[in-house]
Write a protein that binds this ligand. Structure first.
Ligand code: ATP
Length: 361
């Protein structure tokens, strides 16, 4: 059974008087049953504090937390049926993998035959059956992390809480484990709350993401909503590389015309786009195309630099008004990579749906 989590006006203040710090500053949030939900934000934004209040390790200063309508705001961790996985695995070194996974079932007084079956199933879910009798010190970091996950899911929690579970692993293993963890969470249907500061992890795994800044939710949405339609500069920058171009916007039916020092940009009108006045356009490097100079609706510029990265080339182009943009070109043609033949005079084109108009920062 999985659980719907409702969080109302949640606040956590650490310290008193002048030294008081609002680590979580009035969060309202509903996480649906079975959802894989991410809390994403820079270091110190309050995401771990929020996760620990959901787990019951930290007592909120104000507000409420409900699991399926039941108030658990001040309930002890062991009364919430949550499973938690920490950054530092926290496996017991003297116990075998199977004993580590079985521990929570023993505490819950689950009888032996049932215990063995559930340990076997949980280890199978993380593809670690073959390692049941090993000690944690005989496992790689990725294997230890999978055992920690098995230990959390074996007790069949209603809510799974993951605190930067991949941060101690190397880059290749992190990418491998992303899809494994997502598959385990989705196939078991457990409501999962996952804390990370790694935007790629969140974009590749989440059903929905809350971007947290200074203890508040800056924006909430699916990965593509947040990446393609950020609401402000902070979210646009936090989720990946982008180009910012300042300009003056005028509404034009369904679109906006933005006068910039580099020329006129046309942008699709979004719900939260300002209609007029000074604005900031956010344009992702991969959404800018290099086109023939003089092409319709293009902006002329000079190519200053090209860096070849195999699958992509990164170009630095200076437009009119000394506006510089980064462009990521997938599968770049040879010509553009040859310094002797590559043209310096270029032009760029951008689809209106790729120009995101933000309030001036
Ligand atoms: P990180 O990614 O670095 O773990 P985070 O977003 O998880 O950061 P939190 O650990 O939730 O951030 O901390 C939020 C703020 O609350 C920080 O400014 C932190 O210093 C402060 N804080 C956290 N725990 C305590 C505590 N026990 N006492 C006092 N201040 C605390």
């Amino acid at each position: 059974m999985s659980t719907r989590i409702e969080i109302n006006k949640l606040v956590k203040v650490f310290g008193k008087g002048r030294a008081a710090a609002r680590a979580v500053d009035g969060i309202d949030l509903t996480i649906e049953s079975g959802e894989l939900f991410f809390l994403l934000g820079p270091s110190g934004c309050g995401k771990t504090t929020l996760l620990r209040m959901i787990a019951g390790f930290i007592d909120p200063t104000e507000g409420a937390i409900r699991f399926d309508g039941k108030d658990v705001t001040h309930a002890a961790p062991n009364k919430r049926n949550t499973g938690m996985v920490f950054q530092s695995y926290a496996l017991w070194p003297h116990m075998s993998v199977a004993a580590n996974v079985a521990f929570g079932l023993k505490v819950r007084k689950i009888s032996e035959p049932e215990r063995s079956k559930r340990v076997k199933d949980a280890l199978a879910a993380v593809q670690m059956e073959a390692y049941a009798s090993r000690k944690p010190t005989q496992l790689s970091g990725g294997q230890q992390q999978r055992v920690a996950l098995a230990r959390a899911i074996v007790v069949r929690p209603n809510v799974l809480l993951l605190d930067e579970p991949l941060s101690n692993l190397d880059a290749k293993l992190r990418i491998e484990l992303r899809s494994q963890i997502r598959n385990i969470c989705k196939s078991s249907g457990i409501t999962t709350v996952y804390v990370t500061h790694d935007q790629k992890e969140a974009l590749s795994m989440a059903d929905r993401i809350a971007i947290i800044r200074d203890g508040r939710i800056e924006q909430l949405g699916t990965p593509s909503e947040l990446y393609r339609r950020p609401r402000d500069r902070f979210v646009a920058e936090f989720l990946g590389e982008t180009n910012f171009i300042k300009g003056e916007a005028t509404a034009n039916g369904d679109s906006l015309s933005v006068r910039t020092p580099a020329g006129e940009l046309t942008a699709a009108r979004l719900d939260h786009s300002p209609d007029s006045g000074e604005v900031l356009c956010s344009i992702r490097p991969e959404s800018i195309r290099l086109v023939e100079p003089g092409s319709p609706a293009s902006l002329p510029g000079k190519r200053l630099e090209t860096t070849y990265l195999g699958e992509t080339a990164q170009h630095l182009v200076e437009l009119k008004g000394a506006v510089r943009v980064k462009i990521a070109e997938l599968n770049p043609p040879e010509l553009r990579l040859d310094p002797a033949r590559a043209p310096t005079e270029v032009a760029i084109a951008i689809d209106p749906s790729d120009v995101v108009v933000l309030p001036k920062a």
